[in-house]
Design a protein around this ligand. Structure first.
Ligand SMILES: Cc1cc2nc3c(=O)[nH]c(=O)nc-3n(C[C@H](O)[C@H](O)[C@H](O)COP(=O)(O)OP(=O)(O)OC[C@H]3O[C@@H](n4cnc5c(N)ncnc54)[C@H](O)[C@@H]3O)c2cc1C
Length: 305
């Protein structure tokens, strides 16, 4: 019988390194998952130790706790991408959950494909995008996802599910309740019809427009979901006169009301206090209760704002 593989599980790994907020204390246990087959032994490890586990991708939509996490963090770092012919001359691109959106886009461009251009500058991984139906510039994950492989932690079974399985809505999918883990996803792209120059120019324009609206600095992008298209959270926060509001080292961006920025050395409590302050101000002024888009992971598990 082959020897059981030893999993190199790190201890006391600082989570700030894995979060675009650059905030977060040590996780008791931490594993960079490069091979999906390691998931089952990791589940067993957590079960045996009676600790929770939490999946992360690019950490671009998570606020970790300064106290870290009393459990196992599994960072999905699988990297395969492949192509296959799709229906009506389309091309199916299948990417592992750990592939960053930036790499996905690069790969598609290098292979003369079109369809992902609007995602230029979108942080995070394929897995995170599927779970949260991420998107920007009028292109959401649900519009190009054909199917995905997901795993159920209860039995470790991997299965392929079609787009309609996910019940996608604005920044929503079924996975937020089922907690299933995305292993890989298949997107429908097209062969590029414009010149490579035109394609690059279009992407440069999109990137430029994004950069002009969004602040630099450590953030998780939009902290709150937009209550509606007509009432984006950023505008409500701006109208509550909160741009530039600072608590500790956390600031509501002066450029975009929905971006909470770590000015350098912000604590998780600074961010939470600022977010609650903004939520309260918007409630008082507009009677609307903002819901956080960001996942808030306390030392003992997910929490609400
Ligand atoms: C500067 C900036 C701009 C942004 N702009 C946008 C934007 O325009 N549009 C937009 O939609 N988002 C935007 N975001 C938010 C973020 O990029 C997305 O939410 C992204 O999809 C998160 O992916 P991730 O891999 O970083 O997920 P993480 O932050 O690592 O995780 C987020 C959640 O997804 C879960 N998760 C991660 N991987 C998997 C997996 N394989 N299977 C199951 N669950 C998983 C985690 O458990 C967690 O609950 C922005 C963020 C930043 C920092």
């Amino acid at each position: 019988m082959p020897n059981k593989k030893e999993l190199a599980i790190a201890t006391n790994e600082k989570l700030s390194k894995y979060s675009t907020f650059q905030i977060g204390g040590p996780a008791d246990f931490f594993y960079k998952l490069e091979d999906t087959a390691d998931l089952i032994p990791l589940f067993q490890f957590a079960k045996k130790k009676k600790i929770p586990y939490f999946i992360i991708g690019g950490g671009s939509n998570i606020l970790f706790d300064d106290k870290g996490f009393r459990g196992l963090i599994i960072k999905i770092d699988t990297k395969n991408i492949s192509l296959a012919p799709g229906p009506k001359g389309s091309i199916l691109l299948t990417a592992d959950a750990g592939v960053s959106i930036a790499s996905l886009l690069d790969f598609s461009i290098k292979n003369d494909l079109s369809g992902l251009e609007k995602w230029v500058g979108l942080p995070g991984t394929v897995g995170g995008a599927v779970r949260g139906n991420a998107g920007c510039n009028g292109l959401e994950t649900r519009e190009i996802l054909i199917e995905a492989s997901i795993v159920d932690e209860k039995n470790g079974r991997i299965r392929k599910v079609k787009n309609n399985y996910f019940n996608f809505k604005y920044r929503q999918s079924k996975l937020k309740t089922t907690k299933e883990i995305v292993i890989s996803a298949t997107f429908k792209l097209e062969k590029r019809t414009v010149s490579a120059y035109e394609q690059k120019k279009m992407m440069a324009e999109i990137r430029q427009s994004r950069m002009s609206k969004q602040p630099f600095g450590a953030s998780t992008g939009s902290f709150f979901k937009n209550p509606s298209k007509e009432k984006p959270a950023g505008l409500l926060i701006e109208k509550a006169d909160l741009k530039g509001k600072t608590i500790g080292k956390a600031q509501i961006s002066t450029k975009h009301g929905n971006f909470l920025v770590n000015l350098g050395g912000a604590t998780s409590q600074d961010i939470l206090k600022l977010a609650r302050f903004a939520r309260q101000a918007v409630k008082l002024k507009f009677g609307l209760i903002l819901q956080e888009e960001v996942q808030i992971l306390s030392a003992n598990g997910l929490q609400k704002l």
